[in-house]
Design a protein around this ligand. Structure first.
Ligand code: NAP
Length: 492
């Protein structure tokens, strides 16, 4: 509620983190918002102490209590811990919506100035290749699982449509690679198409992600809200930041159903740490998103107006902007000086651009609706049949050698349908010669057309094959509601 005291966890972070966080805290205090900050740590020092998660229990407890975080960038020092503490934080608290607005700012020169670039990238924040499930299949073949769920897709796509509706936006673009990854990215696209029917007032379009990159570089003003899977979103949201001035100006919010983490898009920029020269705008604008989340709309607007006034007047600019505008870098404002200028401009309004009234800014959460299209009962009702199995084998043998051996091992219930190398069929021979990298996939299906492959058949097969080949993993071939839950090999 506006005017009340708020409890917020603040993570100053690494490198330039403490400087930009301090800048945002000073401005929030000057705007009169009463926040009790619980300072917590995460990142480099935590890793170095031997905590391999990078996020100590005390920090987790604080976030569970406050449910709102303002966070500086966190470093993952090489050699300490495996996972990024940033990603860990987002995932631990199921902040599934990564929201990154990118809009033209006055006084920040770009190739697109005057075109009205004003978009919000809504990136799924938990799943996809970021599930981080990686395995070496052989000493020199690595694999990363791309996990896309109906539930995860529905949550983020609803979030994007609800955001568009709440903020009065007219279009949501879904960006996928469904033309190539028909089951994973394809599921995301299908859920988008299903849910779009519930938002008839919003134009829903689907574009292939590579075309999105092309269109963004060519005419970015065509985009409004863009919803996409995790890795696509990681890349195009940085691209979008680059369109409007770069990392120094790019804010973000990570929203879950009741926990939100606000952070700049940029990292710890270690070469600038402690020098009082970094541009704090990205974290200040992230804190504006936080204030909207806390319902402190007036303060959010006052701070955002003050940032716009400071940028449009250009009297106080940090080194990065001085470089971009061809100004005198030696005379550029310090982080502290730039912060002072914004504080001095509180209660002024920009004159060259319309004051932003938050209509396009994300605020609060898109509450789930009651009629989900997923869940235990929905899944259980889907008719299914297992029709075969893919066995992955560590083998440098040629398909011509391995094929007949595997045919002989197939047994009575199953038959070898094909062998592929990196997804391309190599047996039966196609006349082409895709390279062998030491990992073959052998696909066995029920010998009798339309018959099921039982667990007993599959386990017996595995036993026979294991006596001759080193198997690395196994995937069942299922048909769900009459649709194959697996793809064909290239060339099959
Ligand atoms: P970075 O810290 O974002 O810095 C890369 C460059 O971007 C800087 O050298 C600087 O460019 C420019 N830059 C970044 N922030 C700026 C700001 N506020 N104002 C002006 N310019 C800014 O990326 P990195 O060097 O690749 O990563 C450093 C560490 O941060 C790594 O450990 C990485 O894992 C971590 N990281 C954390 C997060 C996060 O916490 N969410 C995000 C990204 C990276 P110039 O050199 O041209 O001046």
């Amino acid at each position: 509620m506006p005017g009340q005291r708020h409890l917020v966890t603040v993570i100053p972070g690494d490198g330039v983190g403490p400087e930009v966080v301090r800048s945002a805290q000073r401005i929030i205090a000057a705007a009169g918002v009463a926040i009790d900050w619980e300072t917590a740590e995460a990142g480099a020092e935590v890793f170095k102490r031997g905590d391999t998660s990078g996020v100590p229990t005390a920090t987790r407890d604080s976030i569970a209590r406050t449910r709102v975080v303002l966070k500086g960038p966190l470093e993952t020092p090489v050699g300490f811990g495996e996972k990024s503490a940033n990603v860990t934080l987002r995932k631990l608290f199921e902040t599934y919506a990564n929201v990154r607005p990118a809009h033209e700012l006055p006084g920040v020169p770009t190739r697109y100035a005057g075109e009205g670039v004003d978009m919000i990238i809504v990136r799924e924040n938990i799943e996809d290749l970021y599930a981080g499930i990686e395995h070496m299949q052989t000493p020199d073949v690595a694999q990363c699982l791309k996990v896309i769920s109906r539930k995860g897709s529905e949550k983020i796509i609803r979030y994007a449509f609800e955001l568009a509706r709440r903020e009065g936006r007219r279009k949501v673009t879904c960006a996928t690679k469904a033309n190539i990854m028909k089951l994973t990215e394809g599921l995301f696209k299908r859920v988008f198409e299903e849910l779009s029917a519930e938002y008839p007032e919003i134009v829903a379009e689907h574009l292939i992600i590579d075309n999105v990159a092309h269109q963004m570089a060519k005419s970015p003003a065509q985009f409004d809200v863009v919803v996409t899977t995790n890795l696509n979103g990681d890349i195009i949201s940085d691209l979008a930041s680059g369109l409007v001035g770069g990392l120094g100006f790019a804010p973000s919010g990570n929203y879950g159903d009741d926990i939100a983490i606000f952070e700049a898009v940029h990292g710890s920029a270690p070469k600038y740490a402690g020098k009082d020269v970094i541009n704090p705008t990205a974290l200040i604008l992230s804190s504006v998103m936080m204030l909207r989340h806390l319902d402190e709309t007036d303060a959010a607007e006052r701070i955002e107006d003050a940032v716009l006034v400071t940028l449009e007047e250009g009297r106080s600019v940090t080194q990065d902007l001085a470089r971009q505008t061809g100004g005198d870098v030696e005379q550029a404002a310090s982080t502290t000086g730039f912060t002072d200028a914004i504080i001095a401009n509180l209660d002024r309004q920009p004159t060259t651009v319309a004051p932003r009234r938050g209509s396009e800014r994300p605020s609060g959460q898109a509450r789930p609706r009651p009629h989900w299209t997923y869940g235990e009962a929905v899944s259980a009702a889907v008719p299914r049949m297992t029709v075969g199995v893919d066995l992955f084998l560590e083998s440098w043998e040629t398909a011509e050698t391995a094929g007949p051996i595997l045919e002989a091992l197939a047994g009575e219930a199953l038959t070898l349908q094909m062998i592929s190398s990196r997804g391309t069929m190599v047996y039966p021979a196609t006349g082409l010669a895709p390279d062998n990298v030491g990992l073959l996939r052998a696909r066995f299906v029920a010998r009798e057309t339309g018959a099921a492959a039982t667990d007993a058949d599959i386990l017996a097969l595995q036993g026979r094959v294991a006596a001759r080949f080193a198997w690395t993993h196994v995937e069942k071939l299922n048909i769900f509601a009459g649709e194959p839950g697996f793809t064909k090999a290239q060339g099959q």
